[in-house]
Design a protein around this ligand. Structure first.
Ligand SMILES: NC(=O)c1ccc[n+]([C@@H]2O[C@H](COP(=O)([O-])OP(=O)(O)OC[C@H]3O[C@@H](n4cnc5c(N)ncnc54)[C@H](OP(=O)(O)O)[C@@H]3O)[C@@H](O)[C@H]2O)c1
Length: 299
């Protein structure tokens, strides 16, 4: 099969279809009170996650900061504490290992009696172009960007249920490539861009599925493309010119965390509801992905 067939497509970036139930003047919407809320932002040692963590703390939230880099994690905790508004704690976990994700998730369950928002933001970008494997032997981006957040979300669900109304925000991307269920680990026609885009679409399939599963609960789940080519580490590695600011991306994430005027089960392009890749609306594909994800993560 040709690589071009799997070329990632930027869905919604070019003229995303407006869907849904959000009012156009989203930026001025009524916001929830974040004071004293407990919010986990994965991948908050740099880039977008770091900015979101800073904003949440400045609004009085307790932020669970996560990443692999201890030094950057500790620096962010110091910065938040010196600001004197919210509070924060750093937890290290490498998402290329299910064991580390399980240990991390279980530690959160032990240490906290509530979790108001889970922001699944940690991720690895398209560069480098090499096909590498996770510690569990899976295609690296599929595990770090999709399977590990899937597992973490499952582990933390009882805490989110105990903290309703609560929310899950899945930071996906406009770069979306369909999952080839005959070659999920991309042994053929591999490219870093395809691997990244497949993992990002998988997050959206999971978001739509989970929203249906959680329909009768007060847990809201949405996914988004935060902004196109923000100047973060993963974009620096690509060597392309940034096109948006981190602040724009953080605005979009904050909206899904705190806007009182949105409903769940949606994909947003920045601040607006948009249409994702067609595969996200294919119930059979979603069921297949769910079954596979449960099998690979052990439940
Ligand atoms: N930048 C953009 O233009 C753009 C566009 C669309 C979507 N996004 C999405 O935005 C999210 C944040 O990306 P970013 O642009 O802010 O990139 P970034 O600066 O590279 O940040 C990535 C974060 O993920 C963490 N991370 C990476 N690999 C990890 C691993 N194996 N285990 C645990 N944590 C890991 C990193 O922490 P450590 O370094 O401490 O491990 C870091 O905090 C990603 O999901 C990305 O797909 C970004």
């Amino acid at each position: 099969m040709s690589a071009s067939k799997y070329m990632a497509i930027w869905v919604g970036v070019v003229g995303g279809t407006l869907l849904g139930l959000m009012k156009a003047e989203a930026q001025s919407v009524q916001a929830l009170d974040l004071e004293q809320q407990v919010i986990l932002v994965t991948g908050s040692t740099s880039g977008l996650g770091r900015e979101v963590a800073r904003r949440l703390a400045s609004r009085g939230a307790h932020v669970i900061v996560h990443g692999r880099n201890q030094e950057r994690g500790a620096a962010l905790i110091d910065e938040i504490e010196s600001e004197g508004h919210g509070s924060a704690r750093f937890f290290a976990a490498d998402f290329s290992s299910f064991e580390e994700v399980r240990t991390f998730g279980n530690l959160i369950l032990r240490e906290y009696d509530r979790l108001d928002v889970l922001v699944n933001n940690a991720g690895m970008g398209s560069s480098p172009d090499d096909r590498i494997l996770s510690k569990d032997g899976h295609e690296f981006r599929f595990q770090v960007n999709y399977l590990s957040p899937f597992l973490l979300t499952r582990i933390l669900m009882p805490l989110l249920e105990a903290s309703t109304p609560s929310r899950i925000v899945n930071v996906s991307s406009g770069a979306q490539a369909p999952i080839d269920f005959n070659d999920v680990m991309i042994e053929n026609d591999f490219s870093g861009r395809r691997a990244y885009a497949q993992s990002k679409l998988a997050q959206i399939l999971h978001t739509f599925d989970l929203a249906e599963e959680l329909e009768s609960t007060d847990i809201m789940v949405n996914a988004l493309h935060p902004a196109t080519l923000m100047p973060t580490e993963m974009v620096r590695r690509l060597g392309v010119e940034p096109r948006a600011t981190i602040s724009e991306g953080a605005d979009a994430v904050m909206q899904l965390i705190e806007s009182a005027e949105i409903v769940g089960g949606q994909y947003f392009n920045g601040l607006r509801p948009a249409r994702a890749h067609d595969q996200a609306y294919d119930k059979k594909a979603r069921a297949r992905l769910k079954e596979l994800s449960e099998k690979l993560t052990g439940g």
